[in-house]
Design a protein around this ligand. Structure first.
Ligand SMILES: [Zn+2]
Length: 484
């Protein structure tokens, strides 16, 4: 044996936010570790600094990997760190270190206390220290979550980030110039207009976000679906995130700030905007106002039964038309077509003429369904569903019991939601109807999405009969299926 080589020590330092306030910066850790090495007579071969956001986030630690590699290569005899909780972030990682101590005689020294991994007692201490640190971090995460929830429940203002559209920097005072636009967007969305259409209109009018950029549909969707604009706080537990924050959180309290729109409108918007079947409409090219509303009325071989397929926009030689699609794999007949421009005008005239009639107005005003009552029914059912879910969550009922109890409520809920939507569209119409000429003037100023909302509020479908080859334009081909 030659003279004993000095122990080659690697210093591992790590900065993470869980000790941020304790003054344990990387420099301080390194200085303390170097002093420890000097007192032990160890040579410092290298310093491995990792900078991760949290000790327990499972974020990659490249320098730690490098250190393990160097230990395996036999370049390092000892590891020095400030505390066991700096060294490993999971019990499994600690076991890896203990294994290395076993197999390679790796020594471990920490500034906060002697740990001899060669002895069972030393290992036990290391494991306990690691477990304690982990417990502390988990407990801290839980505490933060609880604090966030408490803040949400007490309706306080959440800190950080930009102010919200519609509110001043204090997040409490309503900025009326913007609040007006929030109300407008809510109204138009509830009337069935697409978010893309509202964004286009706002862009033209120079209405921008708090960042000073034009509104996009995704941002508008979040704004309109937020409980915030109705003066309520919602809580979205981190555990419910799937990559991004879910659109809807759980409404936990009335907020300290006032609402811009009513709770009722907010709930309707939230239901509408979170509906996965909500159709996406894109505004490129010509908009076919009546696609989906027009139904192919060509008779089939079965008596009394028409094709019934929804007609779609499809130009021929540059002329816009609606056709029954001959899509392979469907039983659409592909046998009906009509000029789109003339059809749009014809259906518009039929609808406006109907609105102009006193009978229609009377029926509209004598709505047999009371919106408020319906709304309360919907809310009650939603609450019952939530209660059932929490009963199931707390294991007071079984999954099967939950499913069985849920089914009839959901059925009723869907029915009432559909009715509520109809009441909402009637409300839209009340603001639209007037004399034929007034309506026509208003119609011309509307975009296709708004026009479609008006038609859908009164018309369930328009059946298009096959063309009479002797007539160029035949209004009798169109049979309107009116709502109510
Ligand atoms: Zn057809």
């Amino acid at each position: 044996m030659t003279t004993a080589k000095a122990t080659r020590a690697a210093i591992y330092v790590r900065i993470s936010q869980d000790r941020g306030g304790a003054g344990l910066g990387i420099a301080r850790q390194e200085g303390d570790c170097r002093a420890l090495c000097a007192s032990k007579g160890w040579d410092v071969v290298d310093v491995y600094p990792d900078n991760d956001v949290s000790a327990y986030s499972g974020a990659p630690r490249p320098k730690w990997q490098e250190l393990l590699e160097d230990i395996h290569q036999g370049l390092v005899d000892a590891v020095v760190c400030w505390h066991v909780d700096r060294l490993t972030s999971t019990p499994r990682e600690l076991e890896d270190v203990i294994d290395l101590a076993d197999k390679r005689g790796l020594e471990l020294a920490t500034v906060s206390g002697e740990i001899d991994l060669a002895t069972p007692t030393g290992r036990m201490i290391a494991r306990m220290l690691g477990a304690a640190a982990r417990h502390e971090a988990e407990h801290k995460a839980e505490r933060q979550q609880r604090q966030r929830r408490q803040a949400a429940e007490s309706g306080r203002v959440a800190g950080g980030g930009k102010r919200s559209f519609g509110y001043e920097d204090d997040r409490i005072t309503i900025r009326e110039s913007e609040a007006e636009h929030v109300r407008e967007a809510a109204r138009r969305t509830l009337a069935g207009e697409s978010l893309a259409s509202i964004c286009r209109d706002w862009k033209g009018r120079g209405i921008v976000t708090v960042l000073g950029i034009p509104w996009k549909p995704a941002g508008m969707r979040r704004m309109l679906a937020s409980a915030r604009i109705s003066g309520r706080r919602e809580h979205t537990p981190r555990s419910s995130w799937e990559g991004t924050r879910p659109l809807l959180g759980e409404i936990v309290s009335d907020a300290v700030w006032p609402g811009i729109i009513s709770h009722e409108d907010s709930d309707r918007l939230r239901a509408l905007l979170s509906d996965p079947t909500r159709r996406k409409r894109h505004g490129s090219g010509r908009t076919y106002l009546l696609s989906g509303i027009l139904r192919c009325g060509k008779p089939t071989e079965e008596p009394e039964k028409a094709c019934g397929w929804g007609m779609v926009g499809r130009p021929r030689s540059g002329v816009p038309r609606y056709v029954c699609p001959n899509t392979p794999g469907t039983d659409a007949c592909g046998g009906t077509a009509t000029n789109a421009t003339r059809t749009d005008e014809h259906v518009r005239d039929m609808v406006l003429a109907a609105f102009d009639s006193p009978v229609f107005m009377k029926r509209l005003r004598e709505s047999d369904e009371d919106g408020t009552e319906l709304y309360e029914k919907v809310r009650a059912d939603e609450e019952e569903l939530e209660e059932l879910a929490s009963d199931f969550g707390a294991r007071r009922i079984s999954r099967k019991e939950w499913m069985v109890a849920r089914a009839p409520i959901q059925e009723r809920l869907e029915l009432n939601r559909a009715k509520l939507a109809k009441v909402s569209s009637k409300a839209v119409l009340l603001g639209f109807v007037g004399s034929y000429d007034d309506m026509l003037a208003r119609w011309e100023r509307m975009n296709p999405s708004q026009q479609r909302a008006v038609i859908s509020s009164a018309v369930r479908a328009v059946h298009v009969l096959p063309a009479n080859p002797r007539k160029r334009w035949d209004p009798d081909r169109f049979v309107i299926d009116w709502i109510a």
